[in-house]
Design a protein around this ligand. Structure first.
Ligand SMILES: [Zn+2]
Ligand SMILES: [Zn+2]
Length: 164
């Protein structure tokens, strides 16, 4: 335990149990996201974007962790507003542990320019020599802008890794 934890003990953002940003019990209450295609939102193997949905010669996968109800979304948003980002790091780690194919090195870029997305990206190991590009962040906000960036990127394989 470090000094900060002593004066400001961590509390589960949902049930207020002390010692966690979010406790395991509450984490299991948030439904996990199914792998879907970014464009049509239909189920898709490994989150692969259907070739019919986006006609470019690249393999693009959308890996995302959870679906938030309105109630949970407002709880998370209030933490984000107060720059309490540690909860998001915890979720990102959980996400990486769930998908074995994320156990690889990426060239990392934030999925948007907001401070949380830049923070999350800075916490991951960036491999400048990797042939796989990965956009990382909290959620996908502007699909069209993202597709433009995907089109522009010289990478053949791209992962979109978002918590929600
Ligand atoms: Zn809890
Ligand atoms: Zn699709």
């Amino acid at each position: 335990m470090n000094l900060i934890d002593l004066f400001f003990p961590k509390q589960c953002i949902i049930c207020s149990r002390v010692g966690f940003d979010i406790c395991n019990q509450c984490l299991t209450k948030i439904p996990k996201a199914l792998p879907t295609c970014l464009l049509c939102n239909k189920l898709s193997n490994n989150g692969y974007i259907h070739k019919n949905c986006l006609d470019i010669n690249k393999d693009i996968y959308w890996i995302h962790g959870w679906n938030l109800s309105k109630k949970y979304k407002s709880i998370f948003d209030s933490k984000k507003k107060s720059n309490l980002f540690s909860i998001y790091i915890l979720l990102l780690e959980e996400l990486f542990s769930r998908f074995s194919k994320l156990d690889t090195k990426f060239r990392i870029e934030p999925i948007s320019n907001c401070s949380l997305d830049r923070y999350l990206s800075s916490m991951l190991l960036n491999d400048n020599h990797s042939e796989t590009l990965s956009f990382v962040g909290e959620r996908i906000q502007d699909k069209e802008e993202l597709i433009t960036r995907i089109n522009r990127a010289s990478f053949k394989k791209i992962f979109l890794i978002t918590i929600f």
